[in-house]
Structure formats: structure tokens, C-alpha cells
Design a protein around this ligand. Structure first.
Ligand code: PTJ
Length: 264
């Protein structure tokens, strides 16, 4: 039994969730490697939501609010870590949910859809309905639903591979990515890159969508936010943040910098 007083409690908890999901056929073994890579970047970042990640979260909320046909793409790791929050986000943002897998099998897609439905999703695309092909994508991720990703204007792609992000951008879609690695092809190709752990970023994104929608002129405010947003600047800030943090720690200083208050 995992003791919540353990100093690495949360990290171990999420690791166990991923392992359990692999044993249940939700996550592929490669997903464990991806998770480990994410953990490493999270360690470097400081395991907190930074002010630049929060800026990207606010821009993502704005893009979702302005979208005509937003779609949330879900893979194995995302279903293992934040299924409930993804369903909440879909409801708040009026978005459709589509299972889209790098290592696609129809059995795993069905299992992921079951997980999402068990936490409140009414409709999940990307199963037998994934009949369309985006030819530029060179993996099983090319199979998409004609009701979902194919016609989406905004696609939210937590834990992605760069190939699809680049192809979706070429098709003129707005891509919102969550990736702890600011150097990944996904991070660099996305329209909005949230350099944060999905376990922290998705609940904050839900809050931001709610907050924005509750304003008097949500669309106008959303347009202002997007106009002022510069993804290249965010990616630069992420790299400089890591450098600065490492320099501070190397000199024996305080190790947490640029973190937002979680009650924001
Ligand atoms: O379920 P499937 O078949 O779609 O396969 C999913 C994986 C994750 C195996 C597949 O998409 C893959 O191989 O991804 P990559 O290319 O390893 O990229 C995953 C990225 O997510 C890496 O850059 C990691 O740093 C990052 N990452 C991992 N865990 C988290 C994360 N970013 C945010 N939050 C995390 N918890």
C-alpha cells in the first residue's frame, strides 16, 4: 500500500496508474517509456505548473472557446492518467472526444472508450467509425473519424507524436499539445504548447474554460488572449526556465522558480 507521506507519493502514484493501465490493456509498453521521459522533464521543470505553462493554458482555453468544431484526441497514457478530467473538459468546451492511437488496435480503442464512458463520456469517436485516412500521417494515427478529427478546426492532443501534429497543422487546424518536453517535434509544431504534466494541466484547463465562459464577452476576451499569444516565446521561456533552475540548484539555491499558485 502506497503511503501518502512518502516524499515521492504523487510520482509513484501516477507511475502505478500507468503500469496498472498497461496490465489492463489500455497503455502500450512504449507508453511506459514515454511516461519516464515525461517524468525526467518534469523533474527538470520542478514538478509544478509554471507561469509560462499557465499562459499557454489560458490560450488553449481561448482557442477551445472560439472553436467551431473542437475535438479532444485521447491515447492510452491520457486515458490512464486523466480520463475523468478529459470528459469534464469535453463537456465544458462542447468538444467531441476521439480515441486516436499510435499503436492502434480496435480492441485497445474499445477499452479506452469504455474507460472514458465509465467516467461520464456519452459519445466516443475513433472506433469502427475511424474510416477516413489523413494520408500525410505515417502511422496508425492516420485513421480518423469523419465526424471528429477529420473536420475539426481545433484539436487537443495531449501526449502526442510530432508526425501527426505537423500533418494537422498543414491541414490548417489549430493544435493544442501538452508535452513536458519543450524540445519534442510535437512541442515545436503545435499552435499552442502547454509544457506541463497532463495531470496538472488538464484540470487547470477545465477551470480556465469555465472562467472564460463565465465572462460577459467570452469570445472577445478569447480573441484578445490569442492575439497576444506567441508560442515561440513560450517554448523559449521553457528552455530558459530549465537552464535558470539548474543554475540556481547548482549553486545550492532554492529549487522552485516560476511556479504559479495552484489556487489561481
Ligand atoms: O497510446 P498510443 O498507442 O497512442 O501511444 C502513446 C505513446 C505515448 C506511446 C506515443 O504517443 C509515443 O510514443 O509518444 P512519444 O513520442 O514518446 O511522446 C510522448 C511525449 O509525451 C514525450 O515528449 C514525453 O516527454 C511527454 N510526456 C510523457 N508523459 C507526460 C508527458 N507530457 C505531459 N504529461 C505527462 N504525464
Amino acid at each position: 500500500m502506497l503511503d501518502p507521506r512518502h516524499p515521492r507519493y504523487l510520482s509513484i502514484l501516477y507511475r502505478e496508474k500507468i503500469v496498472e493501465a498497461m496490465e489492463n490493456g489500455i497503455v502500450v509498453p512504449q507508453g511506459l517509456i514515454a511516461h519516464g521521459r515525461g517524468e525526467c522533464f518534469d523533474y527538470l521543470i520542478g514538478e509544478c505548473t509554471t507561469n509560462f505553462a499557465y499562459e499557454a493554458i489560458k490560450a488553449a482555453a481561448a482557442a477551445l472557446i472560439l472553436a467551431k468544431h473542437p475535438v479532444i484526441s485521447v491515447n492510452g497514457n491520457t486515458a490512464a492518467l486523466v480520463a475523468k478530467e478529459i470528459v469534464e473538459l469535453a463537456k465544458e468546451a462542447n468538444a467531441l472526444i476521439e480515441v486516436n492511437l499510435f499503436y492502434r488496435t480496435i480492441e485497445r480503442s474499445r477499452k479506452i472508450a469504455e474507460v472514458l464512458k465509465s467516467v461520464g463520456a456519452e459519445k466516443v469517436l475513433g472506433l469502427e467509425d475511424a474510416t477516413e485516412i489523413i494520408p500525410e500521417i505515417h502511422s496508425e494515427r492516420r485513421r480518423v473519424s469523419p465526424e471528429g478529427i477529420l473536420i475539426a478546426d481545433v484539436v487537443f492532443v495531449p501526449l502526442e507524436d510530432g508526425d501527426r501534429t505537423e500533418a494537422l497543422r498543414r491541414l490548417g487546424k489549430t493544435v493544442i499539445a501538452v508535452d513536458l518536453n519543450p524540445l519534442s517535434r510535437t512541442a515545436r509544431a503545435a499552435t499552442i504548447t502547454i509544457v506541463d504534466n497532463i495531470v496538472r494541466a488538464v484540470p487547470l484547463l477545465v477551470k480556465e474554460v469555465k472562467k472564460l465562459r463565465s465572462l460577459e464577452n467570452p469570445k472577445e476576451r478569447a480573441e484578445e488572449i490569442l492575439k497576444a499569444y506567441d508560442n515561440n516565446k513560450i517554448l523559449s521561456k521553457a528552455l530558459l526556465h530549465i537552464r535558470e533552475r539548474l543554475e540556481i540548484i547548482a549553486r545550492g539555491g532554492n529549487e522552485k522558480i516560476n511556479c504559479i499558485e495552484q489556487n489561481q
